[in-house]
Every structure is written in C-alpha cells, then in structure tokens.
Design a protein around this ligand. Structure first.
Ligand code: M6R
Length: 608
C-alpha cells in the first residue's frame, strides 16, 4: 500500500524514480509525486490520479538533479487530491518526505505544530513528519529522522531529502517493508525490489525501527539510537523481464499464462529422489510436527480461498482439524491456541497488515507459525517461525492469479509432507498424489489453449449486473474466488455459494437469464451438485458449467459448457480456477476497465 522510492547517484534522478514508480504503481494509484534536489532546491511535482497524470505534468517541466524521491499513493488520510499527494514539504521547503503507512498520533502532533504557528497544507498524516524533521534538523538529516521516529506511533516507511544534503537520502521503517538497492556509485531504497530492479539486483532488507542513510558511495544503517547495524545482502534471482508485460496488454493476462511455471517452481526442489516431499523450510522437528493437534489457516482475500482449498487436503491426508479464518477477524475472537497448534499464514505480499497482526497474535499464544508467502524477506516471513516460499515470481496485477495457484500448490505440499511425518498416509499414496501434482503444470498449459469460448462468454455476459458462482467441496472455494475476481475486476455484483446452500436463501437472486457459473468437475458430490443446478435452471438461470473432459453427466444441465482436463478431484482447483480468472479479466476488458488496477484497490494492503 503506497509505493515509495529514493535514489542518489549519477543518473537523472527523476527518470530513475519515475521508472521505479511505474513498477510500484500496483501498490496504489490514487496519486503520485516526486521531489528532485538540484542546486540546493527541492523541486516537487505531484498529481492526483494515476502515474500517467504525473508523467503528463512532468513532460512540461525540467527537473534536473541526481537525487530524487517518489511516491505512488493509496489514500488513507485525506482524499486523493493534488494537495494530499506526496511528497510533502515543511514550510521553508527544506525537507521533502514521502510516506507509506499511517501515523496514529498525528492529530496530537498536528495540534502541537499548530500551537507553534505551523499552518498545515494538506489533510495527510504525513505532512507532520516534514515539519517535525525540519525542526529537529541541525545539520544531520539522519539524526533528525531518528529523533522524529522515536516520537511517531503507527506504521511507516519514510523517505526524505533535505535541500542542504545533496548526497543523502534518508529512509526509516516501522512495520512496513523497505528494501535497499546496492549499486555502483548509486544506491536506492524502495518498497520492494521492483523499484530498482532495472539498475541492480543486489538488495538488503531494512529491519524494524532502522534508519538508512543512502549516499552515492554507500549505505549506512543504524537503529533509532544511531548505532550502526550490519545486515546481509542478497541477490534477486529474477530480472526486469519478469516485472514487465512482455507484449501482453495487461500484467494479469501475462501472469495467468505464467501459472504452469508457478506450479513447477513451487514444486521444484521439494521432492526427494524417492518421490516424496521434503520441506526443510518448515524448521520444525518431526516430533513437534507429530505433536500438532490443530491447524489454523489465516489469510485475506484470494489467499484466504487458497487456505480453504488447503483445508480439504490437510484434513483428508493428515486427519487434523483445520480452521480457516479471515485474518482480520482471527485475533479479535481470542482463538484457543497453544504449542499444539500450527498456524499457517498465507500471504502473497507477506505484508498484509491483517495477516501480520494475526501472526503476531498467534506467536504471542505460543502457536507455531508457518508463513506461506511469495515475497522473500517480507515482514510476515520474518516474523513467523518458518517460511515456505511460493516461487511464483513477481506478481504485479492487483488481482492475484499465479500467486494463488502457487499457494494452493504449497498447501498440498504441506498436507502431503505432514501426512508422511504423521503416518496418516503411506509412502505409496503420497508418491501417487505427487505424481498427479506434477502433471498439473502441463494440464494448466493445455487448458490455457482452450480459452476462446471463455473470452466469447465474457463478451456475452459483460453487461450482466449479477452473476452467481456455485460449487461443492473444493469447488466451493473456487466459486468464492471466481466471484471475488469478477467483483474486484469488473465491479459486477457476484456471489459465491456452496451449491447446497442456495435453497436456504440465495436462490431468490435467480431470475430469468441470471448467469450461474457452476464448478461441476467430477467428484463425490457431483450428482447432488447437478440437482442444485436443476433447481436454479428451473427458475430461469443461464447455467455456465465447468465439467471434466469426457464427463457427459453435466451436459444436459449446461447452457454453456466449459471443459476442464481430468485430474484427481482434490487437485481440480488448480485447473478450475483458470477459466474463472480469464472470465473476470475479459469481462473487465469488455467493460473498458483497467484490468491491472481496479478502482479503490491496492496490491498490498498494509492498513488494518
Ligand atoms: O498479499 P496477500 O496475499 O496477503 O493479499 C491478500 C489479499 O489482499 C489479496 O489476495 C486480494 O484479495 C487480491 N486483490 C485478490 O485478487
């Protein structure tokens, strides 16, 4: 939520920073702005709306200088207007600051500043930082930032420049992500490595309550008392190609196509030569794993749906009770946790505030916490006992696709691994499931060649005000995911239900021609599901049925039939999810919407 970038080096700072913002725009796109330092003057340009508005304004200005900071915003305090766009300056224009997060005590700080005669120029919580740092400044920007950070409450990543410090960008973090990019004669900070991946792949994660001094010749990290702290650098194992559209109109379309590889990479290196699973990353002894008596999965949005699918696998294979909870609710109902509890926190970004707080709560109750995340070094991975990385590569579109498929794959791996350790499934069965899992990438690739009927369907239903999604068993979370995707991308009122439940109320939504998407691939409940389809059809629904190749039982119930390659019923979500992703993207496209950047959303939701 909010993307920030800072640069100091020999290149034109504005270009480096705007390029970084382009890659970070998925984090928020309510407004964008930059500040460039040139000849002792901080020049600022900022605009409401998407980055394109800022770029248009910049085309009419010249902002030379080799030190720059930039921001792309997801509004929290104050509407998305030019005046609330970052960077913010103090009254004298000496300090410029960009900020990701929320400063919870900002009202107290504003009162204090206003009593001292400061006139606030924006509705944001961020502006106080510029004024406070300017007042604390005594020739040492980093010292001033450390002093102000000690006063701030809440979550923040701050990046600042001072007009009297031509070779210094200072950044600080609490609770939110900040990464340093280490170049040659130039250095960077950013919300994530995409901010500077075009320039360097050497990175270092900034830890909690650290302040970074970024200069052309090097980087110094200190704690809030000014003591220097060492840290490890790492090499990013993907490059700019992975973070670019590669000829696709939208990132989401590219990321959908990358799903076979996402599954392959998530499985890669985790299977033994004997055809079993090894997950060294779990860092729990076999004895501890055998002592687990209950599992909670905590997550938000699409990651929550991955958790629901994982529940079916873990319960079936491990005979362990699994509860899947929306992270935003989890800790507030005081769940019963303990050393016998494994909590699996699923998060693509590894930064979602609701999930992070749930992780902290679980750890405070002594539960084991395993993060399933796509982001190396993310806060959730670092605050958990162990991290299992889904290796889906960078996901830029706000709507999650390849990351979700990788999460589901990871949950299957966890289930099979635990079942082996706990002895609930024998080695032959585990091997057989893994063989099925290894076939999935090719099946997804084949399925992706069959998307033309899905695109045609999308064009047909593009103007429908309401769509229902029904499924049973593992088809139910897929119905939820299909509905979420259509809501978030196409702004269509879409509901996902377990098909057996609709007769208890939701069937009242069905009217003549209402599109009802049914996940009806082969499984034990299929006959019952088809009865439910009859019920909606009898009330005028137009049924769009996803059925397994060669299965004729669904044909008579379908107005539109979409075929899915055959696989084991428990693994079918890895396939049935694909046409629903394509459907939502194509409906959004047909409605003339921005598929990658739906309104009101941000990729990484770092506020509770
Ligand atoms: O980064 P996370 O996986 O923690 O994000 C969770 C949700 O915010 C995310 O899945 C969201 O629902 C996406 N917009 C789904 O497409």
């Amino acid at each position: 939520m909010c993307g920030i970038v800072g640069y100091v080096g020999e290149q034109a700072g504005l270009e480096v920073v705007v390029e970084g913002l382009r890659r970070l725009e998925y984090r928020g796109y309510d407004s964008a702005g930059v500040a460039v330092l040139d000849g002792g003057r901080l020049q600022v340009e900022r605009r409401a709306g998407k980055l394109a508005n800022l770029e248009k304004a910049l085309a009419e200005r010249s902002l030379p200088g080799t030190l720059a900071i930039g921001h792309t915003r997801w509004a929290t305090h104050g509407p998305p207007t030019d005046r609330n766009a970052h960077p913010h300056l103090d009254a004298a224009g000496a300090v410029a600051v960009v900020h990701n997060g929320t400063i919870e005590n900002f009202e107290v700080l504003v009162d204090r500043l206003e009593r001292d005669g400061v006139v606030m120029q924006s509705d944001t919580d961020t502006e106080v930082v510029a004024h406070l740092v300017a007042r604390a400044y005594d020739g040492d920007l980093a010292a001033a930032v450390r002093a102000v950070c000690r006063e701030l409450e809440g979550s923040f990543v701050l990046v600042l420049a001072h007009r009297d410090e031509p070779d210094l960008v200072v950044a600080a973090r609490r609770n939110l992500p900040l990464v340093i990019g280490l170049g040659d004669g130039e250095n960077f900070v950013g919300s994530d490595v995409t901010a500077f991946i075009a320039h360097t792949r050497e990175a270092r994660v900034v830890e909690q309550d650290q302040v970074v001094e970024v200069r052309r010749g090097g980087v110094t990290v200190t704690d809030l008392d000014g003591a220097v702290v060492e840290g490890e650098t790492y090499h990013v194992d993907w490059d700019t190609d992975a973070a670019e559209k590669g000829g696709y109109e939208f990132f989401m379309l590219k990321e959908i196509e990358e799903q076979p590889q996402a599954v392959r990479d998530t499985l890669g290196g985790r299977l033994t030569p004997e055809g079993l699973v090894h997950l060294d990353e779990l860092s729990m002894s076999d004895e501890d794993l055998r002592g687990i008596e209950q599992v909670f999965v905590i997550a938000c949005g699409s990651s929550y749906h991955s958790g629901l699918i994982g529940k079916y696998a873990v319960e079936r294979w491990c005979r362990l009770p699994v509860q899947v909870e929306m992270a935003s609710e989890f800790r507030y109902r005081d769940p019963v946790l303990g050393r016998n509890t494994l909590v699996i926190a699923i998060s693509q970004s590894g930064e979602t505030a609701d999930t992070l707080e749930a992780v902290r709560h679980a750890r405070s109750q002594r539960a084991w916490v395993l993060a399933v995340t796509n982001t190396l070094g993310s806060t959730i991975s670092r605050e958990s006992d162990a991290a299992l990385y889904t290796r889906a590569g960078p996901e830029v579109a706000v709507a999650s696709t390849k990351a979700v498929i990788a999460q589901i794959t990871a949950m299957y791996l966890v289930g099979l691994y635990l079942s082996g350790i706990r002895g609930t499934r024998d080695a032959d069965e585990v091997r057989a499931h893994l063989r099925d899992l290894q076939e999935i990438p090719d099946l997804i690739a084949e399925l992706l060649t069959r998307m033309e009927p899905v695109r045609a369907l999308a064009r047909e239903i593009a103007d429908e005000p309401r769509v229902l999604f029904l499924g049973r068993h593992v088809g139910y979370p897929i119905a939820l995911e299909g509905a979420l995707k259509l809501k978030e991308l196409a702004y269509v009122s879409a509901e996902g239900y377990p098909a057996g439940e609709i007769k208890h109320g939701p069937i009242a939504l069905v009217d003549q021609g209402t599109p009802v998407v049914v996940i009806a691939t082969r499984h034990a409940l299929q006959a019952k599901l088809l009865n439910n389809v009859q019920e909606v059809r009898a009330r005028g629904a137009r049924t769009i049925v996803l059925a397994t190749d060669g299965d004729e039982s669904a044909v008579a119930h379908a107005d539109v039939l979409l075929r899915i390659p055959d696989t084991k019923s428990l693994l079918a979500p890895l396939l049935t999810i694909v046409p629903l992703q394509v459907l939502s993207a194509e409906v959004a496209r047909a409605r003339g919407l921005d598929v990658d950047q739906p309104r009101n959303l941000a990729k990484s939701v770092t506020v509770e």
